[in-house]
Design a protein around this ligand. Structure first.
Ligand code: ASP
Ligand code: MG
Length: 541
C-alpha cells in the first residue's frame, strides 16, 4: 500500500496490519518500591549534579517521607535510516548522549536500513536450499557493519571487542541459514530468529558510538526485557511480565547513569523463545518499554519532520502538524500514514505518555507531539490521507434486498481468506454492499466470494460480484470533527467543484474520519482541493 508518510528514505515498509489487542497495563505493582532505588540514588547525587533535571512525581503524596523528585526518563527510538550508516549512527549517538546527560534515556534501535529485508531474503533463499546466496547476504552484512565500526570506533581494543560481538551474531545467522537450507524448511520461529539479527547487530554499534562520546552505554537484547506471546512474526507483549523484567534489568543501569541501547523489533516468550513484533515493530518496542519503565515521554526519531497534513509529494503545501491526539495519530497510522507502526500507541494510552515524532536528520525541528487530547483547531480537520493499491468489491443486485445473511456471509468469507477490509459502505436500500481491500488481497477474496455465492448467483439472488481496482481511498481525519456540522458538506462541495466523482462514502459514528472512494487518477486533485478548503496549509494545527 502506498500512502503518504511512506516518505522514509528507504525506511522499511510495514507489511502486516494485524488487529490490535489492546493490552492493559498494570499500574498496581508497588509504585513506591519501584522508585526507591532510583530515587535514593538520585537524592544522593542531586547536590553534585546540577545539570540533572528533576520533576515532581504526582504519584507520591507530599509528606509521605519520600523525596518527591524523580529524574525524567525518555525512551528514544531510532529507525533504520537513523542508524543507516556511520554518519547517521554518529548523529544518533549525539542525540542519545545529550539526552542521557540531561536525564535518563533508554534508546531503542532498528536494524540499519535495508538489513531486515535482506535477512528475510536470505532466509527465503535458504529455504529454497540455496546456501550460497544466504552466505553472500551474511557477508554483505558483515562488510556493512564493519565499515560503520571502523569509522565510528577509534580504539583498536574496543573495535576488536565489538567486532567479536558482531561476529557471534553473524555466525548465528549463518548457522540458522544452513539449518534452514538443510531442511528446506523455514518455520515462523526460524524466520524470526533470522530477521532479528539486524537489530542485534545495530545495537552494539550504537552503544559503542555513545561510549565513544564519553558516555557510559550498554547494548541490551530485548529478549531480556519484552515478554510476548508465541505468535511469531507479530507477537504481542505481556505487559506485566515485561514491566517486571524491564524494571529489574534497566533500573540498575539508569541508576549508574549508563544509557541502555535496546534492540527494537524483538521480544521473547516467557520460556525465552525469541519472537518479533511484526515489520516496523521497533516503534512498538519503544512504547512498550516507555510504558513498562514509566517514561515521561517516548520520542520516535525518524527521517521525516513528523506527521504531515498530507503527502508532500502530492500536496506541496503540506505542513508538519505540531500536536495531534492519540486518536488522530491512530486514525492516520491505520489509514496508511506509515510514520508509526499501527500498534505503537496502544501501550502508552493508559498511562497518557506523550509520544513525539522527530527528525534525527534535523533534530532542531520540533516535530509532532502526540498527546491524549491533541489540540483543537478551527474546523477540526487535522490531516488528509490517501490509500492507493486498493480494490473495490461490490456484492449486490435487487435480489439481495431482505436476504438477511448476505452481509454475514460476505464478511465471513473475507475473514476466511484473511483479507483486511479497509472500508465498508451499504446504502439503506440494501441493493448493494461494497467494500475495499488491498489489491494484493482482491483476487483471492473475489474467488472466495464467487464460490460462497455460487448458488445465489445461479438463481439470480445475488446478481453481481464486481471488482474495480482503479480506485483509491481518501480520508479526512480530525478528532474535533465530531459534532462539527458542515465538514462533509465542505469536503464534497470542494470535490464537486473540481469534478471529482465519489464512488463510495463512509463515516464511522466516532466522526473522526470521513473516508471516500474515488478514481485513482483523481487522488491528487482531491487532496489538493480538500487541503485548501480546510486551510491546512495555513494555521498551525
Ligand atoms: N527492522 C525491523 C523492520 O524493518 C523493525 C523496524 O525497523 O522497526 O521491520
Ligand atoms: Mg520503521
Amino acid at each position: 500500500m502506498n500512502s503518504y508518510a511512506a516518505l522514509g528514505k528507504g525506511d522499511e515498509q510495514l507489511q502486516e496490519r494485524k488487529d490490535d489487542r489492546l493490552e492493559g497495563r498494570t499500574t498496581s505493582a508497588g509504585s513506591s518500591t519501584r522508585l526507591d532505588g532510583w530515587q535514593g540514588k538520585l537524592k544522593a547525587e542531586k547536590s553534585g549534579r546540577s545539570n540533572v533535571k528533576f520533576r515532581t512525581n504526582n504519584s507520591i503524596q507530599p509528606g509521605d517521607g519520600l523525596n518527591e523528585m524523580k529524574a525524567r526518563l525518555q525512551v528514544m527510538k531510532f529507525g533504520g535510516t537513523s542508524v543507516g550508516d556511520a554518519a547517521c549512527i554518529a548523529r544518533t549517538a549525539q542525540i542519545i548522549a545529550k539526552a542521557a546527560k540531561e536525564s535518563g534515556c533508554i534508546a531503542v534501535v532498528s536494524a540499519m536500513s535495508g538489513v531486515t529485508n535482506r535477512l528475510i531474503e536470505a532466509a527465503k533463499k535458504a529455504q529454497e536450499g540455496n546456501t550460497g546466496e544466504a552466505a553472500t547476504v551474511v557477508d554483505v552484512l558483515r562488510k556493512q557493519h564493519e565499515a560503520a565500526l571502523t569509522t565510528l570506533i577509534h580504539h583498536e581494543n574496543e573495535r576488536a571487542r565489538i567486532r567479536r560481538c558482531l561476529e557471534e551474531v553473524l555466525a548465528e545467522g549463518r548457522r540458522l541459514c544452513e539449518g534452514t537450507a538443510l531442511l528446506c524448511e523455514l518455520t515462523p520461529r526460524t524466520l524470526d530468529a533470522i530477521s532479528s539479527l539486524g537489530e542485534r547487530l545495530s545495537a552494539p554499534l550504537v552503544a559503542a558510538a555513545v561510549r565513544e562520546l564519553g558516555l557510559p552505554s550498554e547494548a541490551i537484547e530485548a529478549t531480556e526485557l519484552i515478554v510476548t506471546d508465541a505468535f511469531h512474526g507479530g507477537a504481542e507483549p505481556h505487559m506485566e511480565l515485561t514491566r517486571a523484567k524491564s524494571q529489574a534489568r534497566l533500573r540498575p543501569l539508569l541508576e549508574k547513569r549508563i544509557a541502555p541501547v535496546v534492540t527494537g523489533f524483538i521480544g521473547a516468550t516467557a520460556a525465552g523463545q525469541l519472537t518479533t513484533l511484526g515489520r516496523g515493530g521497533s516503534d512498538y518496542s519503544a512504547t512498550i518499554l516507555g510504558a513498562a519503565m514509566d517514561a515521561d515521554e517516548v520520542i520516535i526519531w525518524t527521517d521525516v519532520d513528523g506527521v504531515l497534513t498530507a503527502d508532500p509529494r502530492l500536496v506541496a503545501e503540506a505542513r508538519t502538524i505540531p500536536v495531534i491526539s492519540y486518536r488522530e495519530a491512530a486514525e492516520l497510522a491505520y489509514f496508511g500514514a506509515k510514520v508509526l507502526h499501527p500498534k505503537t500507541l496502544n501501550p502508552v494510552v493508559q498511562a497518557a505518555i506523550p509520544v513525539w515524532i522527530r527528525n534525527s536528520f534535523a533534530p532542531e525541528r520540533p516535530g509532532t507531539k502526540i498527546t491524549p487530547e491533541g489540540r483543537s483547531i478551527g474546523g477540526g480537520v487535522k490531516a488528509l490521507t490517501a490509500i492507493r493499491d486498493v480494490t473495490l468489491i461490490s456484492v449486490g443486485g435487487p435480489g439481495i434486498v431482505g436476504l438477511p445473511d448476505v452481509l454475514g456471509r460476505t464478511f465471513s468469507t473475507t475473514a476466511e481468506v484473511r483479507a483486511n477490509v479497509l472500508l465498508i459502505s451499504q446504502s439503506s436500500s440494501q441493493n448493494d454492499i461494497c467494500f475495499i481491500v488491498a489489491t494484493v488481497d482482491a483476487q483471492r477474496t473475489v474467488e472466495a466470494l464467487r464460490k460462497e455465492f455460487a448458488q445465489d448467483l445461479a438463481h439470480h439472488k445475488v446478481e453481481h460480484i464486481t471488482v474495480d481496482s482503479n480506485v483509491a481511498i481518501v480520508a479526512v481525519v480530525g478528532e474535533n470533527m465530531r459534532g462539527t456540522p458542515g465538514i462533509a458538506g465542505k469536503t464534497f462541495n470542494a470535490l464537486g467543484r473540481e469534478n471529482v466523482n465519489l464512488i463510495a462514502i463512509a463515516q464511522g459514528s466516532s466522526e473522526c474520519n470521513i473516508s471516500f472512494v474515488i478514481e485513482e487518477q483523481a487522488v491528487k486533485t482531491a487532496l489538493i482541493t480538500t487541503h485548501r478548503e480546510f486551510g491546512l496549509d495555513a494555521s498551525p494545527s
